[in-house]
Write a protein that binds this ligand. Structure first.
Ligand code: SAM
Length: 174
């Protein structure tokens, strides 16, 4: 797998308890411009759900579950950003995080192990209040990419055309 662009490492996924949240972390990552997501706990149902969205709406977003975060991060050649409410301010961090290197963004579910804070090149907070990995990741990605991924053409079977009212979905014959 070529690991260029922005990747997500989701730590602490509990298949029963976190299934909707982790699904939304993956869908938000995809919609906001990440290339793929790694999830520490194996979850075939989650993989199939995300792959089904990709088949319908396009793009080449990758999902891999059942991996060790240390292995993923060790083998990654790029900048490692950990999103945590305890990290440095987002606006200050964005001034120093390189935008010409590949990036791995780590988000947790419950408390993440201390090694994550030590290994990360940048521990970044999206505000200093506790909230959600979906919100933190989405705001970070939107700011880092200046919103450029939002209406990118993904060359999918279905394309949603933005509308003031109503729903327009175009099915593209392949
Ligand atoms: N209590 C947990 C802790 O001490 O790390 C936080 C759990 S929170 C529900 C799950 C994840 O959301 C965190 O691991 C972090 O990645 C992200 N998160 C929550 N609030 C954040 C914030 N203000 N800034 C950045 N990331 C945040």
């Amino acid at each position: 797998m070529t690991m260029t662009g922005i990747w997500i490492m989701r730590i602490g996924h509990r298949p029963q308890r976190d299934k909707r949240v982790t699904t939304h972390v993956a869908l938000s990552a995809r919609a906001l411009g990440a290339k793929g997501i790694f999830i520490d706990t194996g979850d075939r149902v989650l993989e199939d759900n995300i792959k089904s969205v990709c088949e319908r709406f396009g793009g080449d977003f990758q999902i891999t579950t059942g991996v060790k975060w240390k292995d993923i991060v060790k083998n990654f050649d790029g900048v490692v950003v950990h999103l945590t409410m305890y990290g440095q301010r987002l606006d200050r961090a964005l001034e120093t995080i390189p935008d010409d290197r590949d990036m791995m963004i780590i988000v947790g579910a419950e408390k993440v192990p201390p090694e994550v804070y030590e290994r990360a090149d940048f521990n970044v907070s999206v505000g200093n209040q506790p909230h959600s990995e979906i919100a933190a990741l989405s705001i970070f990605l939107d700011r880092f990419t200046s919103g450029n991924a939002l209406y990118e053409d993904r060359d999918g079977k279905f394309t949603v055309i933005p509308n003031e009212r109503g729903k327009t979905v175009v099915e593209v014959p392949k």
